[in-house]
Design a binder for this molecule. Structure first.
Ligand SMILES: [Zn+2]
Length: 123
């Protein structure tokens, strides 16, 4: 009789403990997920597209051959926060309009042979 009561008590205590732990773990997971979501959102918003210089002259360098500075032709711009940003640059090799790659922080052309990465350089 006594044994039965103790067993039951232990059982209910451990269940309660487990539920408590699981609940806490779940709230931690929820918190983490929310933070990650907010972080990703913030990162997505971050636009590092380069601004068009005042004189309009843009120079690039091929990442694989960073010895030559090449003057690039701006083919498309867009206004952001009252400033012009470069949307497309003509590829110095094939003339293909290159788009900005946020991750590479460069303009990328995939139209001629292997992928070419052009970084903007200061004049
Ligand atoms: Zn090209």
């Amino acid at each position: 009789m006594m044994k039965g009561v103790i067993k039951q008590k232990l059982y209910s205590w451990s269940i309660k403990y487990l539920v408590d732990i699981m609940g806490r773990r779940q709230t931690m997971m929820e918190k983490y997920k929310q933070q990650m979501k907010a972080f990703r959102k913030k990162k997505m918003k971050l636009d590092n597209t380069p601004f068009l210089p005042v004189d309009g002259n843009v120079y690039v360098m091929n990442s694989l051959d960073p010895t030559k500075k090449i003057k690039a032709e701006v083919t498309k711009t867009r206004t952001k926060q009252h400033r012009e940003i470069i949307e497309n640059l003509a590829c110095p090799v094939c003339g293909n309009p290159m788009g900005w790659d946020k991750a590479w922080e460069a303009f990328i052309c995939v139209k001629h042979g292997k992928k070419a990465i052009y970084e903007i350089v200061e004049e």
